[in-house]
Write a protein that binds this ligand. Sequence first.
Ligand SMILES: [Fe+2]
Ligand SMILES: [Fe+2]
Length: 414
Amino acid sequence: MPQMIAGFVLALVSGSAPRPALEIEVAPAPFPFVIDGARYPVPVVFEGKVVCSGAAPEGAALTVRLEGATGSARADLGAWKAGEAKTFRLALEAPAAGVALFRIIGEAQGAATASEAWAVPRVPAHPLLRGAVAACPRFRFVQMSDLHLLDRETVSSGVKTARNLETAVDEVNALDPPPAFVVVTGDVASDVGRGYALALEILGRIRVPFVILPGNHDFLKATRAATLAYASLGLPFFYSFDVGLWHFVCLNAQPDPAKMPVAGTIDPIQLAWLESDLRAASRPAMVFVHQSPVLGELQPGHGITNGADLRRVLEASGCVRWTFCGHVHFETFIEAGGIRHISTAAVAYPSQAQGYRHYRTGTGWRLVEVDGESVRTRFKALGGAWEDDPAPDAYLSLDRMKSNPMVEYPGKPK
Ligand SMILES: [Fe+2]
Ligand SMILES: [Fe+2]
């Protein structure tokens, strides 16, 4: 149920004309929460819509403001139009301690105001966000992607996806030495909020900290159960953390759960945060995101609609060396602008690239071994063998793929 913020009328209109009124809905659920104790602060994001009803002075300008202890943010929503709903998305940093109180104010010039205070719940930060994971220069981590969980017996593309995830978790738990952490790059669930509880139950068996980020099938915020399950992890929708010499960033390319298109989008709030986060990091960085920052240039649904904006921020930072995505359910190794971009196969079921070259398909997960600033990656086929990835200098260049999408990986074994 959308939570309604009461609107009240400031101006009376004579005669029988309906009085102007504003309502603010923070939709689809009152989700914002503050992550307590995160080493890198992330904004608290409020999203919703302002609904106008009744008459109002011609051309009255509609604005919405978010105010809190750390400042204020404002969005101009254009002119009043009775019956029209206008969406907004505003963010502020949370206060470091104490009650996280915010106020959302919608105003139509000379007509009506709606306003309500919000006390935002605090959630203890995930251990990685607290910097509580041992930080030595040599460590390894696991990336797995596209779990597509529904329920225990669901078969997708001929496999029980829950069984595949259990196999992957068993294999990760058998690693010696163990990884420092596991990152799951989206499509955790595969329906409107269903599958989350089961996914987190199975992922909860991983013996090291794991983090997740949303994919286009996750529909996070669509149901209260999925929302609460996600919030219980102590992770915001986008965040960063440090391990060893490296900075890690997890992005959310699914900002609007009501639409959930196949391709991703990084909204302006997140791009601005990313720019300042990378500026403050002053160390080499890796970025995790569900859809690839580069594959959209080869096939639109495979990437991020504003991938050019994202790439500009990543490349201008001077510190991002690698990105890891999922979504396409096959593997590519692409270099662009001095950054190496890996798409990792799914745990759930495979797919194949149409119209451009991929390196490998199948099901499995990726081990990334870090030693100082050097990085080695390998693929573990689910229930099968380890497979080598291309050497860093054998990645395909994005420019070369754009001119010849079927160009072969140099030195790839036949
Ligand atoms: Fe996806
Ligand atoms: Fe997927």
